[in-house]
Every structure is written in structure tokens, then in C-alpha cells.
Design a protein around this ligand. Sequence first.
Ligand code: NOJ
Ligand code: CA
Length: 712
Amino acid sequence: MYFKKIAFAVIFLSAAAFSLAQTKTTVKSPNKNIELNFWLNDKGAPMYSVSYKSREVLLPSAMGFELKQTMSNEALPALKDNLVVTSSTQTSSNTKWKPVWGDVKEISDNYSQLKVSLSQKGDKAISFNIIFKVFDDGVGFRYEFPEQKNLAHFIVSEEKTEFHLAGDHKAFWIPGDFDSNEFNPNVTKLSEVNGEDPKYAANIFAHQFFDKDAVQTPLMLKTNDGLYINIHEAALVNYPAMNLHIDKSNFNLSSVLVPDALGNKAYLQAPAKTPWRTIIISDKATDMLASHTILNLNDPSVIKDPSWIKPTKYVGVWWEMHVGKATWDYAGSQNATSFDAAGLKPTGKHGANTANVKRYIDFAAKHGFAGVLVEGWNTGWEDWFGQYKENVFDFVTPYPDFDVKGLHKYAASKNVKLIMHHETSASVTNYERQMDTAYRFMKANGYDAVKTGYVGHIIPRGEHHDGQWMVNHYVRVAQKTASYKIMLDAHEPVRPTGLSRTYPNWLACEAARGMEFNAWSEGNRPNHDVILPFTRFMGGPMDYTPGIFQLDLSYWDKNKKETIHTTLAKQLALYVTICSPLQMAADLPESYEKKMDAFQFIKDVAVDWDDSKYLEAEPGEYITVARKAKGSNNWFVGAITNENSRNADVNLDFLDAGKKYTAIIYADAADADYQKNPAAYIISKQVVDSKSVLNLKLAPGGGCAVSIMPVK
Ligand code: NOJ
Ligand code: CA
């Protein structure tokens, strides 16, 4: 066992039912920078506050619940005041663990813990616990409902957790939608958040806003005096996701759980526990990117032998459908009306035909990509979009021009793995019925990775993508795919909360606005990629699908006015700034064949890492990161910027002293510009060592990618 357990317990308070009103219990992080206080106020309401280096991060904030009986729907006495503390225990723990994959090879899990047990008074009293863990870079807390006489199965009608911020901070936010996270992120003061304003909420997949003053997590904040605060959650299992409602009069944020089809929030059975609520804090933006607190709050891997889990770079029959060169459906143009809404004009050519798939397999084999994704291989795509029909897909019936057996053989002969696509069209009960059959079909035909998708309203019951019912579904898929030794990439799921630690076969999720939006919408803004690492990626890796080389989309369709909103060099740098064990080279083989010199970086770059150095960062502005490939001495640097040009001086002091390396620098050309001249790049080579400093020049909307490999 690798664990080095240095945990010890200091139990300083434990007595039968006594009140702690007004007495604060203080817990400090191991390095003493973060201080958490917990107390009951004079109404017996549980309160907490958080400070960082003596600066207020969270002012006194309330906690608790409103509950109902499951059968009668009758309210139970609320767990938010009239409480007593029955015990309070402080412990600490300092261990290390090794992730199956990730940005570093070893993670330290070092925290001080406070566990408080609370109870109502009287015969019908319900009791619950609050557990706080205080790390050097943040706080996590969760509620537990122990097994007890007065609480069996019950409904959470509201969670009453508050995060009372100390001011009108700058916020990096997306609207509090219950179904989609595919928005361009907005940067405004908290007081200016407005999820109904079209300029903040453009998203063709947005379903409904229940609260214009609510935002999704991970919510990234910056205070006027330069403190970075991130609010999210960890280990979201059997519970709905949490949005945050902003009280603009005092900047008190309160939890808004995503409801089910009836408006209830969660159905629980004691013993039960909620996800952890997380507050990551630092005065350095780079520390936010380096935080492992959310992973630390998740349970260790349930997969004992993870040797079959392989971080993967892949290509696929995919972008050609998004740019309108090919179609998902066999009939070609039959489905034109549904795609027109998104700006796609099918040309009548089915992408997933055997000859085309072989072309991608050949390309993958030639250039060292392990996987080939194929979308549109199974029947149903004539009917799938916007029609809310059940049972459109069965996941085992290919179109007549897709030779499952022949392609299995062909891919195997080239040492390439096909990646299966399961678009559920949000007919989730149908998918649950078919899962075993579908995964057996995959294994029988050589597939060991699946990309799932949940486009549309969840049918049949009108659940929300981010509600408890769907949260349980996504976890069930992770568990079931693991039992078949299948790796998972979920599109349109709830945003991740670090569950890839527990289910490391769950390589990536989309759960944000991916590259696809550049193909058929107004596109992703140039600051998108310098915000995502501070928001969406806090919970886990994204299948963003970078690597677009044909940046001018009118090449595919004269009517397309959109461009990709980055330079080509930035497309390369994204392979380093986005940390994911699953990365697609998303463009078509013919786009890469025209620019093989730049494509070399995508061939070389790793997807799993021994170490990561977050060199400089500012949310919405820039990020420069260096990563060391797993089990190798190769380093890769990615630097990206928003719409502004910039210079990044990269000190290579992380290299082994005395060793010589060849640095290949893939940079924006002097006249590059994401709007006017996105494809202009220059590649240069130099010998470097740990004393070298690289001066990288980034164009507006640009970036720079560098590979640094030992001189042979
Ligand atoms: C949306 C997914 O994000 C995208 O990758 C996929 O191609 C389409 N749905 C079709 O399933
Ligand atoms: Ca999507």
C-alpha cells in the first residue's frame, strides 16, 4: 500500500447534547494561511466563516436544510436553527497518493478536519453532521445524515448553504441553466450578473433559466485587492448539482440545487451524504490551477487494476460533420432542417462510411494516434435532433455503408482502436435499457472507449441534465463502463467534480462550450481558453477537441462567416494549457497534411504528466504552463493569451541542471492576428538548458507551443 498515513486525532470536545451558541470553533490549514470558524448563532443556526492570511473571504454564512417526508410530502422540522451541537472533533491527516493519470504523478492530501454533530431538540429530533476539511489552498465541507430513528427516506426541498462574499468581486460566470454549460463565459462584477441578458447567455442549447441572478459553478472570483476565490463542489454523487443565487444587496451567495421534474431537489435515504462544497483560495492565480483539493475530496479509485486505462490522443470522423462537409445521417440531406437551425448545411455525404473511416485509421497509424472516433455510424440520425423521440438509437445497428467487422479487423491490423459514439439524444431511459447490450457489442468489435452524448431535453420525464436523476445516470455509466473495461468521455453531462479520481476510466467530459461552437455559432470568444482552466477544468479534464488548422471556415462553406477566433499557434498551445488524458486532433487529415511541420507538435505532445509548472496566469488574460511527460524527460510548454498580444518570458529553470535540450518553438508570426491573419506561424529550433529564458511573443488571440526534448 502506498499510503503514508500520518493521521492522528485530537478529540477535544465530546459530550452529550450541549449548546455551543456563540462559541466559535476555529480550524486552521496546515500552513495556517486559511482559518475556518464554525459556531451556532443565538437562534441555534449553524454558521461558518473563512479567512485567508487574515483577509475575510467568507463573512458569517448560514448552513442547513429544509426537508420533507417522501410519501406524504409533509415538511419535516427544518435543519437550520434551534440546533444543538452534540459533539465536535478535530483531526488532521497528511498523506500522498498517485493518480492513474493527471497533471502530476503524486498528490499530497494534507488537511485539518472538524466534524460537528448537530441535533434538533425533542423526541422527533433529526441529527446530522457537518465535516470541514481545511487545506492550505482551500476549504471543503459536506453534510452527512447518519442512520437514525427519525429519518429514513426523505426529500431535500432546499439546501440552505450560503457563501457570503466580502464584496462585489469580479466574476467569471455562466448563467444558472439547469441543462447546459455550453456558454461563452462572462466577466462582470457580481452585481452585473444577468442570465437573461442575451449578450451574456447566447447558447442554442440553453433550455430554461429559472433565476437570472444565479450562476453555475465552478464560479471564479477575483477581489479588488487581488485574492482569487473559486467556489465549486467535489464528489457529486446521488445529489443534484448546485448553482449559486447572488443577493446583489450584500453579495451573499446561496445554494440553488437543480430540481427534478416535480421541483424536488434530492431524494435521500439515511445514511446519506452530500457532495463537498469547495472554496479554493489564493493570492496567486497559478495556485488555483495547481490545486488538487477537489480531487483530494473524492474517494480513491475503485478500479484495482487500472492497467487497461490508457490516456489517448485521437482523431476522428467528427469535425467534417460540424463544418458541413459530411453528415451524420446515411441519407445525407434528409435531416437538413434540423441542422439548418445550427447553421449546418449537409452536403449529402455520409461521413461514417467504411472507406472514409479507413482513411482516418491510416492517418492515425501513420502519425501515432491510438484512437479513431466515428460518429454517425449507427441508424437513427435522421430523427435524432430536436424531436424528443424515445428509442431513436439502439447502439448496435450500423448504417449499411459502415462495416463493423471489417473495420475491427482493419483497425487491429494497424494497431489503432476505434472509439465508439453513443449519442443518446437525451432519451436516457432508452440508453439505460441498452447499456449492457451496447457495451457487449463494443467489446465484441474491439472498442474500448465510448463517447456518450445527451443533446436535447431529457426524456421521458423532463428531468434536468444537472439534477439528481441524471447525476446518478452519469455515475452509473462510469461504473458500468468500468465493469466492461471501457474508457468514458461524456458530452453534455453535469460539470465534473473530481470523480475521475474514483472512476479513472472516466477520462474526460465536455460539460462546457467546446470547439464545436466555432463551427456553427458565433463562436468562442478569444478569452474562453484563458477562463476555462479557472472554471470548468477545476472539476476535471475536458474533451475540448483542439487542433483546428483550417481556421477560415468559408473554406468548407462559402456562407460561413465564422472563424475559429484563435491563431494556429494557439491551437497547438491548447494541448498543454488544457490538461486532459483524452485529446483530439480535431481537424481533418487533409488540413494536417498541408501543414505537417506544425502538426509535428500535436504528434509529439503528451497527454499524461509527471509534473506541471504553472508559470504565470491571470483568469481571462493569459496562462503559461510547462508540463513534463509521464515517464519521460520531454517537456512541453503552452502559453496562450486573450484578444491582446503579449510577451511571455519563460524561465527554463525546471529543466535538469547541466542537461542540453532541443527546444522547438511553434510561435505566432510577427503579423499573426486571430481575426486578420490567424494561420501565420513560425517554427524555430534552439538548444536550451536550465539557465535559458525563452521570450515568447503571442499575437492577439494567439499562443505559443514549445517542445523541449533532451539532445540525443
Ligand atoms: C454534441 C457533441 O458535443 C458533439 O461532439 C457531437 O458531435 C454532437 N453532439 C453529435 O452527437
Ligand atoms: Ca456539446
